[in-house]
Design a protein. Structure first.
Ligand SMILES: Nc1nc2c(ncn2[C@@H]2O[C@H](COP(=O)(O)OP(=O)(O)O)[C@@H](O)[C@H]2O)c(=O)[nH]1
Ligand SMILES: [Mg+2]
Ligand SMILES: [Zn+2]
Length: 292
């Protein structure tokens, strides 16, 4: 008899799972070639002695990043939304938010923007918060010392699978602890090699919160987020305010960088597309040359 489960984490040839019907925790073996990832729905065959993953059910989408050679690396599957956490400290690196947004739009994942540690500085993100709200994104201003600011996010998690992303140290674990007190977060191993004291999450891990019926995925703690090799067209599609204009340029293969009669550049000139977003688009397109 086969049972449908969801992968919560993977090791070399075993996966930790939660049964889809009653959320019973389980472990199962899988053949190496199968390559299940966190969030996958899988069919399990059981014998008297063990469980085995027979099949990965078709993925709705996946959250991805670049590996160290620019190839698309699938981090987690079947994702409804990503919660992008930024903080006053460490301050977001340039374009990191827009890179996450490009990745989210490419896979049809709804972004939730969280500006954390507002107790340290109330004003620093005011412009960004207004700007991204105007683009139609849901934006939250939070502090781990302000329970209500974090509780405001909770209703959006119900019945959904949410990946939490952001640079290490922005407060992903702190926010998750306040939002989902019923969930016991794994803090991962201390980094022996660097001697850094901070807890680092070494594997992508999914948690289920019974009270909210929410699946939360904590992704590895990394400093930067890199997009895999993408064309200018794919990157442009990740800028929401460009979308209604795509197809209106003189050249159908317009990259919106130097071409005459470009609808995007005209909109920047008119002020209906913000120039800082357009400049970020140019930098992200240009950054693809590093994958040469
Ligand atoms: N002042 C302040 N510190 C915070 C806040 N959220 C998290 N921190 C601190 O920031 C550090 C990193 O938090 P952590 O949740 O581990 O970040 P993660 O690496 O993104 O999971 C810890 O020392 C937290 O106590 C906040 O809202 N305000
Ligand atoms: Mg953490
Ligand atoms: Zn154009």
């Amino acid at each position: 008899m086969s049972r449908i489960c969801r992968v919560t984490s993977t090791q070399k040839t075993t996966a930790s799972l939660l049964a889809c019907d009653d959320h019973e925790p389980m472990h199962a073996f899988f053949p190496r070639k199968l390559k299940p990832i966190c969030g996958d729905k899988v069919a399990i065959e059981s014998t008297a002695s063990d469980h085995r993953i027979e099949q990965i059910l078709p993925r709705m989408n996946s959250f991805c990043r670049a590996d160290n050679r620019g190839r698309k690396q699938h981090i987690a599957a079947n994702i409804d939304q990503i919660m992008i956490v930024m903080a006053v400290e460490p301050f977001p690196t340039r374009d990191i938010l827009n890179r996450y947004l490009v990745a989210a739009e490419a896979e049809d994942i709804e972004p939730l923007l969280v500006f954390n540690k507002h107790d340290l500085d109330e004003r620093i993100f005011i412009n960004q918060i207004n700007q991204y709200e105007q683009l139609g994104y849901q934006v939250f201003k939070t502090s781990k010392h302000d329970q209500a600011s974090i509780d405001a996010i909770k209703p959006l998690l119900t019945g959904k699978t949410t990946v939490i992303v952001g640079q290490s140290g922005v407060g992903k674990s702190s926010i998750t602890r306040v939002m989902l007190p019923g969930v016991e977060l794994k803090t991962g191993k201390l980094s022996v090699k660097t001697g850094k004291g901070a807890h680092t999450t070494s594997v992508t891990q999914m948690y289920h919160d019974a009270a909210l019926d929410a699946y939360i995925i904590d992704s590895p703690g990394v400093w930067e987020y890199g997009l895999w090799v993408m064309s200018a067209h794919e990157i442009a599609a990740g800028f929401r305010e460009f979308q209604p204009l795509l197809g209106q340029c003189k050249f159908s293969n317009c990259t919106h960088i130097h071409e005459p009669s470009c609808a995007i550049m005209q909109a920047v000139k008119k002020g209906s597309i913000r120039s800082d977003r357009y400049e970020s688009y140019l930098r992200i397109v240009d950054s693809m040359k590093y994958w040469g």
